[in-house]
Design a protein around this ligand. Sequence first.
Ligand code: NAD
Length: 263
Amino acid sequence: MTSAPATLSGRVAVITGGASGIGRATAMLLAEQGCRVFIGDYRLRSENHQAFQVLGIHASECDVRNVDDLQHLIDSAADTAGRLDILVNNAGIGMVKQTTEVTESDWDNALDTNLKAAFFGSKAAIPHFLNGSGGSIVNIASNAGLLPRAHDPVYSISKLALVGLTKSLALCHAKDRIRINAVCPGPVGDTGMMNDDLDAAPDRVFAEQQIIAASPMAKALGRMTDPAEIAAAVLYLVSDAAYMVTGTALAIDGGKSLGVPPR
Ligand code: NAD
């Protein structure tokens, strides 16, 4: 039996926040599909070293809140590989605080990480795409980018704006053959973000059950979304199969953003 041909052979990708969770799963899947992958993260994790080495994934330190850091990550990947085809703006942080508790630095931290970095990452990548035959950007938003949530208003604002950024830049750059899409995950297990939320809950098991129950498909399957399921959506969006797909916000949230689920 022969295996399927790699779909991204010869392509080059930069993935922010690639050391953990969704970013790491995406880095590994794209590399398995023949892509040369460069990840940037402000917390590189030694446990990734061996797996990344096997797949040829290059990891470097980068704080996406710093525009110079981001520019350097993207320019040096393009210079090293001689081209750039894909950018995944994935680095993100949660902000579970009510409006009256939010400080200016909370706001700056969440908006700089979740929104500003996607704009300036795109700004840095676009000139490299223009040297070739276009490119593809995927922004990892959230189901909070489709429907805001009461428990984390600033996070919701950042992700709603990220979906807006996706549509706006998609409109501007279709003429350059650059496709820009968003993925909107619901609760994803085995991620730093989810573990932080569960660790903060008074009863971890109960909190996990509540989160699963809020997404109809997650409830039916009895589990959260796996990071690999988000990576599979990114793979589709950056592949040639999605040549006509731009400006979408693809919900992978087990139906969480559809409406109020049945009791
Ligand atoms: P995660 O914590 O496992 O991964 C986030 C990664 O981003 C980490 O490696 C972290 O070090 C990195 N990062 C954070 N701030 C950074 C910065 N300033 N500079 C560089 N790297 C930085 O969590 P995850 O769930 O994999 O998160 C990935 C994306 O998915 C985020 O944008 C998040 O908002 C989004 N998301 C997650 C879920 C979920 O349930 N886990 C749901 C919807 C959306």
